[in-house]
Unconditional design. Structure first.
Length: 460
């Protein structure tokens, strides 16, 4: 992979990758996007990357779904080998800006195997030891050069660049692959036009009336996570004609919680963030005698606002994950207590309550602990050391958990609870893991079947 640069884009300890020419990789991607007409994005599955780590694998490339193969993004196929007329090949010269190398890559369609198509002759190092659900991004140049007609990068899901791409293109939680017009990068920065015009008129009116600072003050505080969580949940309920988040009535409660916490919450947060940043900039610029001198003299303040706005990440939305789990438990008439202090720690949920958990004479199955973390990284270890004489569950919507961490959790007796679509996803590593349950399985098996006393009489 490309060497690590010094441009910090996000959390402490996470550093942006550099392109081969020394520029930040994200800047290089943006420059290449400007020279492209179409983009291809694919979330990488295990089969897409395992060939790079396992020398015994026959597949040596990236699987290309038929929708992408026949989209016009790739050159025309040709049967170039008379001895193997069932193999169709489309060759393309690809720039890999992370190293600067250009490969003659081949799109191979094996017509004797149905729709099977692979992109081969790729730099193996890019696909080694990737975090689950990493992204492959490719662009088709509007004007091909003498050396290459396309470019491609592999963005590790643990890096800032993958989060930026996911945010800019507003990739949904169930995203697998897709084609995008290159101007989607610019379009993603534009808010809904009607809302934007309404906001502009509010600011114009405030400037005319001399009330800009009052309006800026009103917009300076983004609602607390609980309020945004409630608004997001209510939006989902309206869209799905439901009165509450009852897990016994929703076929895939985990997918619903993931959509609310990772998509709807982010859209609401982004709308509040737009008002806040716009008001901050206007408060800086309006009131100076000369616009040019104001911009120059107050550039550090302007830069701080823009930098803060640029560091939005879609994966940082959903900080209220536990609020939605609580809403589901409450709607399902499941007995629970939130944030009960035990053993110096504060698990998100104790079922049914702390007094039951502390009883020395109870059975192991009389209680359980449920922790909730939107993303795991190393934070799952915070729940691993508790000796509680009960089963410990860890709910998450993170599709980037490596198999080593899943196995470590299994060894410590931690059971993961994930959305239904992630449990069966080819991109995540949850499929076939004995210590991973879907939310559906958690409610049906771990609560209703194994601990019926946790559920109210009406639900039972």
């Amino acid at each position: 992979m490309g060497k690590q640069g010094l441009l910090e884009l996000g959390e402490a300890g996470r550093v942006a990758e550099e392109a081969a020419d020394g520029s930040p990789l994200w800047w290089k991607i943006q420059a290449l996007v400007n020279d492209s007409d179409q983009l291809l994005v694919k979330k990488l599955s295990r089969n897409d990357t395992s060939w790079a780590d396992d020398q015994g694998k026959h597949q040596a490339g990236l699987y290309i779904p038929v929708e992408l193969r026949d989209s016009g993004f790739f050159p025309q196929f040709e049967a170039t080998n008379p001895a193997k007329p069932h193999i169709f090949v489309a060759s393309l010269d690809v720039l890999w800006p992370q190293t600067g190398e250009v490969t003659r890559s081949n799109l191979r369609h094996y017509s004797n195997k149905g729709q099977e198509t692979h992109l081969t002759r790729l730099p193996k190092d890019f696909f080694r030891e990737l975090t689950p659900a990493s992204l492959f991004l490719a662009g088709r140049l509007t004007r091909p050069t003498e050396s290459f007609s396309s470019w491609a990068v592999v963005l590790d899901a643990a890096g800032d660049e993958a989060e930026l791409l996911e945010t800019l293109l507003d990739l949904p939680v169930d995203f697998h692959h897709g084609l995008f017009h290159a101007d989607a990068f610019a379009a993603s920065r534009r808010a809904d036009q009607d809302e934007l015009e309404e906001l502009i008129e509010q600011f114009r009116s405030a400037i005319r009336n001399g009330t800009l600072h009052e309006l800026a003050a009103a917009y300076s505080v983004i609602p607390d996570p609980a309020t945004i969580a409630t608004d997001a949940r209510n939006a989902w309920l309206r869209n799905n004609n439901r009165g509450d988040l009852d897990p016994w009535q929703i076929s895939n409660p985990g997918d619903a919680i993931m959509t609310i916490s990772r998509e709807i919450e982010y859209r609401l947060y982004r709308a509040h963030e737009l008002k806040r940043r716009a008001s901050e900039l206007l408060a800086i610029l309006v009131g100076g005698d000369d616009l040019a001198s104001t911009v120059v003299r107050r550039y550090p303040d302007i830069d701080a606002v823009l930098l803060s706005a640029s560091q939005q990440r879609k994966t940082r939305a959903g900080r209220s994950f536990e609020h939605h789990i609580a809403a589901a438990l409450k709607a399902g008439d499941v007995r629970f207590q939130e944030q009960a202090v035990t053993g110096g720690r504060r698990p998100d949920f104790v079922l049914p309550d702390l007094p039951t958990l502390r009883k020395k004479t109870r059975q192991r199955s009389d209680a359980l602990v449920l922790a909730a973390k939107t993303t795991l990284r190393e934070r799952w270890k915070q729940v691993s050391s508790e000796q509680l004489n009960c089963d410990v569950y860890l709910a998450t919507v993170d599709d980037r958990v490596p198999p080593t961490a899943i196995h470590e959790m299994a060894g410590l007796g931690i059971r993961l609870v994930v959305p239904e679509s992630l449990k069966t996803s080819d991109e995540a590593f949850y499929k076939g893991q004995n210590n991973v349950l879907s939310f559906r399985e958690f409610f049906d098996r771990s609560i209703r079947d194994e601990r019926p006393a946790l559920v109210g009489q009406l639900t039972r």
